[in-house]
Design a protein around this ligand. Structure first.
Ligand SMILES: [Ca+2]
Ligand SMILES: [Ca+2]
Ligand SMILES: [Ca+2]
Ligand SMILES: [Ca+2]
Length: 334
């Protein structure tokens, strides 16, 4: 299988970015500074909008699927026999996404195509997605793909893919076919049009064919969703986003440069978060009212078992022993 380029950790990219900005006196070579991120955001948007206005996707196949249809998005130019096709620009949605390097300063209009939402679990920004995908440049050159479903931690992929995919859902159900393959029903299908600032900007992966400042398109089939708890401290990463900005990297209670979602001792008091909290679960029947929670008990996520007719509610006790409103695991003094 091909190397998965877009898994390059963000942290490594930021380090590279710092290096590329630095003048290397020893060699007497002045490294070209990267372009202004805000200006590049506008240039990227114009380039993507041009693509969306001049291309269409195989929407007719999705409307009337041929017998052997693979439910994968294909793009083509609006020209010749295809001159009357509906352009993507009339079918995409958009959302505002935040630049991570200049958070609060630079934003993007992030375009995505929702071909099918999916009928299963909701994918949130710090979750784990099992998906097949294709990554391509605007010239339609595919630089990476997998037909086989692969698990991706959304906190480890490029930000544009993370921001674009959240909100889609996994499959409503799956069937094991007996020959080792699995068929998924009503899974999410979409595409994200990623501006370079939410992609690789000046740091495309070594050895890849991705140029500097390249806009990218990812098409995906989202099969399964797992709730992310990257540091395995029991507190799901969604709850570790303390400032609720849907960005996991900028919450760091003890300011040790390790964000809470990957810090097993969030307040840095020497006691692991696991020892300052307690996991719990409630099993109820579908249709039953929610259970009463204890003091300091917080719901994290639910798992529905249609066959058993039950819902398991996973909760956590975020104890606050000195009653100062700050739970112990975030309270250095407790
Ligand atoms: Ca956690
Ligand atoms: Ca945050
Ligand atoms: Ca920390
Ligand atoms: Ca602690």
């Amino acid at each position: 299988m091909k190397k998965v380029y877009f898994l390059l950790p963000i942290l490594a990219m930021l380090l590279l970015l710092n290096q590329s900005c630095r003048k290397d006196d020893s060699l007497g070579v002045e490294v070209v500074p990267p372009r202004d991120r805000g200006e590049e955001a506008l240039a990227a948007q114009a380039e993507i909008e041009e693509y969306l206005s001049t291309h269409f996707y195989n929407y007719e196949e999705f409307e009337n699927p041929p017998a052997d249809f693979d439910y994968r998005i294909q793009f083509d130019t609006i020209a010749g026999d295809n001159a009357s096709k509906t352009p993507l620009i009339d079918q995409v949605s958009s959302k505002i996404a935040k630049d991570r390097a200049e958070l609060g300063v630079v934003t993007y209009k992030l375009y995505y195509l929702n071909v099918r939402q999916g009928g299963g679990d909701l994918l949130k920004f710090p979750d784990i997605a099992t998906m097949s995908y294709e990554g391509r440049l605007l010239n339609n050159e595919i630089f990476d793909s997998s037909v086989i479903p692969v698990r991706f931690d959304l906190t480890g992929v490029i930000n544009g893919l993370q921001d674009g995919m959240k909100g889609f859902r996994g499959a409503s159900s799956f069937t094991e076919n007996g020959d080792g393959t699995i068929s998924f029903e009503d899974y999410g299908i979409g595409a994200v049009f990623v501006p370079s600032g939410l992609g690789y900007f000046v740091n495309p992966p070594n050895g890849s064919s991705i140029p500097l400042y390249a806009q990218m398109i990812f098409t995906f089939q989202l099969y399964q969703v797992e709730v992310g708890d990257q540091d395995n401290d029991g507190v799901i990463s969604l709850l570790e986003d303390l400032n609720n900005n849907q960005i996991e990297e900028d919450d760091d209670t003890d300011e040790n440069f390790i964000p809470n979602f990957v810090d097993g001792d969030d307040d840095g008091d020497g006691r692991p978060t696991r020892d300052e909290t307690e996991l719990n679960e409630h099993v109820i029947n579908i249709g039953d009212p929610d259970p009463e929670y204890g003091v300091d008990e917080v719901e994290m996520y639910r798992v529905t078992d249609e066959e058993e007719g039950t819902i398991t509610i996973h909760t956590i006790f975020l104890f606050d022993s000195n009653n100062d409103g700050i739970p112990d695991y975030l309270d250095e003094e407790n």
